[in-house]
Design a protein around this ligand. Structure first.
Ligand code: IPE
Ligand code: IPE
Ligand code: MG
Length: 247
């Protein structure tokens, strides 16, 4: 009996928490505190990301969106950017087998044309090789900006109107969303930001209109399964009203 109700509870939880988005912040400070170069923190952060992805699979999360590189991050020193791009290459090259093993579908959102051709090709191949996987959707935001996403959607909407495919009077929230880079994904239920800052830093904007927000001081390389679980537990203490009143 107890077993049955636990299972039911698990199912309700899975239905309510489908999409988690994480601002993985604090790699730089983690390494600086150790007197090491910032790139080391990013490498450590990559290890954390791998563990968190595994945990998301275990918890039956449907979509995990990770903010890996913002459009504003190009303003950082060249050496740090190079380290991040190398890490991106490394991950795309070495993690495909793992993604397939765990039935994970990889998706990259952001202005991909900014990356060099070789990297674009790696991204294209990785997405293609995992396209048929039906488990977790691992959505990586790279060269992403929430404002950019809204602008690129607007441009494509204008084109559709000009071509006569879309009637301007029929533009609503639902079909506007279809032009965002997250069009296939359900809305974000929970946003987690590590590293202590309480801001969105141009991550998903439209998509988090009704998300629950969880901020923790833990630096990303120190984030782990149990701190991830704490964030998930916090989510289930919230009553999501979506403008309605208490049930
Ligand atoms: C987040 O960590 C990772 C990226 C932005 C790529 P940071 O590098 O921003 O780390 P802090 O915030 O400087 O500690
Ligand atoms: C947000 O972190 C971007 C990523 C985690 C990729 P930042 O470190 O770039 O954000 P700010 O500059 O503190 O707002
Ligand atoms: Mg930061």
């Amino acid at each position: 009996m107890l077993h049955k109700s636990l299972l039911k509870n698990k199912k309700i939880q899975e239905e309510n928490l489908r999409h988690i988005a994480i601002i993985m912040d604090g790699n730089g400070r983690w390494s600086e505190r150790k007197g090491k170069i910032r790139t080391l923190g990013h490498k450590e952060g990559f290890k954390t990301a791998k563990k968190i992805v595994k945990f998301a699979v275990k918890r039956n999360i449907k979509i995990l969106t990770l903010y890996a590189f913002s459009k504003e991050n190009w303003k950082r020193p060249k050496i740090e950017i190079m380290g991040l791009m190398e890490l991106f290459f490394f991950a795309l090259k070495n993690e495909i087998n793992n993604l397939n093993k765990y039935n994970i579908r990889l998706k990259i959102i952001g202005e991909k044309s900014f990356f060099n051709k070789k990297l674009q090709n790696y991204i294209y191949k990785a997405e293609k090789k995992t396209l048929k996987n039906s488990g977790l959707i691992l959505n990586i935001a790279a060269n992403y900006s929430g404002r950019w996403d809204i602008i690129q959607a607007t441009k494509r909407i204008i084109q559709a109107v000009q071509k006569g495919i879309l009637d301007i009077k029929k533009i609503q929230e639902q079909n506007f969303s279809q032009y965002l880079s997250t069009s296939e994904l359900s809305p974000v239920d929970l946003v987690i930001r590590t590293g202590g800052e309480k801001r969105i830093s141009n991550f998903l904007l439209w998509q988090i209109a009704y998300s629950e927000l969880y901020f923790t001081d833990i630096l990303w390389p120190d984030f782990n399964q149990s701190t991830f679980q704490e964030a998930i537990d916090y989510f289930f203490t919230r009553e999501r009203r979506f403008g309605r009143i208490k049930k």
